[in-house]
Design a binder for this molecule. Structure first.
Ligand SMILES: [Fe+2]
Length: 329
């Protein structure tokens, strides 16, 4: 790649979609002058082809197009771009509230009503690109913490892979319970991060094979508070913090750190309490050999009403795991 190509690559890229070639040419000239890399598509099909091949920073879609209209295309493009924030501006000839509501429902981030002024267009683009940059920085910092959580436990043979497994199992369990994709994604992240506070606990205590002293036990319990504090500056982890703080609460109120009882314990924390315990049971520990999956299921089933876990959730979890075991046989 030569220097000129590198400069081109660094420019924000904008996909413009319209069914009229003339409109595309006008928009292309205008955005090019503003210093953007412009990709044009004559209609929705061509736009979908482009976005699958090359990443784009923002899309400007004409609403009135034959075949797939701008609303539909907006939904498709948002889905294709995954969880990243992908800004879309809808261009419409109408200025009806109903059209805007339809656009918002399709996930549009802003609107332009024809005829529009160049400065209106460039201001909207700049502000959405700024938002997108902030979002990706946020994603990046979240990724760093997730990687850190996995790296911390990787050095320890007893906990290696535990958080990732808890994340995956929690997400799976969320799916079994019929939760939305967003909730399942949140459960995965919460599972990965639930024990991140152990970074602040002495390795000697974490790896001790003898019984812990009262003081050591108190220190271990601190990991839920430390974990919550680590994630506090991260706005995007706001919904994860209750899971990190409360994954050791017990249904009967005898858990820690707050002694919450039954449904006062956040729902996702009750889920992770189960998946965390299950993974701990089937993993090797300094003080015991692992249980088999069947043994762990039976133990959880027997303890359904002893007060540790949400009895309804345990019932579902046991059914899910038993079904899985049946399929694996
Ligand atoms: Fe924990």
């Amino acid at each position: 790649m030569n220097a000129r190509q590198r400069v081109e690559e660094k420019k924000p890229s904008i996909l413009v979609v319209d069914d009229l070639a003339f409109n595309l040419e006008v928009m292309e000239g205008l955005l090019f002058k503003e210093g953007y890399r412009v990709l044009t598509a004559l209609g929705a099909d061509s736009a979908l082809g482009i976005i699958e091949k090359s990443p784009v920073d923002l899309a400007i879609l004409d609403v009135m197009m034959p075949g797939m209209n701008g609303y539909e295309l907006c939904k498709r493009l948002k889905n294709l771009s995954g969880r990243r924030f992908f800004p879309v501006i809808l261009v419409t000839a109408l200025n009806e509230l109903e059209d805007k509501i339809r656009g918002l429902n399709a996930g549009a981030d802003d609107f332009l009503t024809k005829p529009f002024h160049t400065i209106e267009l460039t201001t909207k683009i700049r502000s959405l690109l700024r938002l997108r940059k902030m979002q990706s920085e946020l994603d990046h910092s979240e990724d760093i913490i997730m990687t850190l959580a996995i790296a911390i436990e990787a050095k320890d043979v007893y906990t290696k892979g535990h958080s990732e497994r808890v994340g995956t199992l929690s997400m799976e369990f969320g799916g079994y319970l019929g939760l939305s994709d967003d909730d399942r994604h949140l459960l995965f992240k919460a599972g990965v991060l639930h024990d991140i506070g152990k970074i602040g606990i002495d390795d000697y205590i974490l790896h001790k094979s003898d019984d812990l002293t009262e003081k050591e036990m108190r220190l271990v319990k601190e990991h839920v508070i430390i974990g919550e504090n680590i994630c506090t500056p991260l706005q995007s982890a706001k919904n994860l913090r209750p899971v990190i703080r409360h994954h050791h609460e017990r249904w009967d109120g005898a858990g820690f750190p707050d002694g919450l009882k039954a449904e006062d314990i956040p729902f996702f924390a009750r889920i992770v309490a189960i998946t965390d315990s299950f993974d701990a049971m089937v993993s090797i520990r300094p003080y015991r050999a692992p249980y088999s999956i069947q043994e762990a299921i039976t133990m959880m089933e027997n303890e359904q009403h002893t007060g540790q876990w949400d009895p309804t959730l345990i019932e579902h979890f046991v059914t899910m795991m038993t079904n899985q075991l049946g399929c694996d046989r």
